[in-house]
Design a protein around this ligand. Sequence first.
Ligand code: ZN
Length: 211
Amino acid sequence: MEKQLDRATAGFTVQKAAEAKLPTEFGPFRIVGFRSLNSDEEFVALVKGDIKPEEPTLVRIHSQCLTGDVFHSLKCDCGPQLQRAMEMIQDEGKGIIVYQQQEGRGIGIVNKIRAYALQDQGADTIEANVQLGFGIDEREYHQCAEVIKLLGARRLRLMSNNPDKVRALRDAKLEVVERVPLEVKSHQPAFKYLMTKKEKMGHLLQLNGIF
Ligand SMILES: [Zn+2]
């Protein structure tokens, strides 16, 4: 059995480290913790139902956004997107959210606050990152793809507006059978941010629900 497990996880750079039940406002989930084997990074996945490789599975990679997820910031749509993803998985009875702890598209929370300060002076989200010496998007998704594989999914209905995520998961040999749009109502302060994502980063957004 142990040998089989070794073979199944050979070549992976993340390892499952813990699993527990997590009752939430949206319904019961399992929370699974993973550790990177080549860095200090940790990953968390919320999982619901029996994940089978042959069945298309609702999946979201949610990048940590302290300001949006925790403080309910109106500068972005991350918090409502996470909640919507949990609702959709609860309705479906099955799915995975990988919570990737790469704050601020990979630049960290303090640098994200610096970027917000530049945005207060008129820069958009990309210009601010560039002024701080960062790339437009510093995130990496290959370990998220490994987490999805270790949880047993192979065929994904990916909840995302970000074509980079679709490409990264396909490159990691996961089959994205469908992209499920995840558009939520956003508030006016997020409008410029979302327009920048749409026009400069190619995000697939309609932006009909701004209020
Ligand atoms: Zn956000």
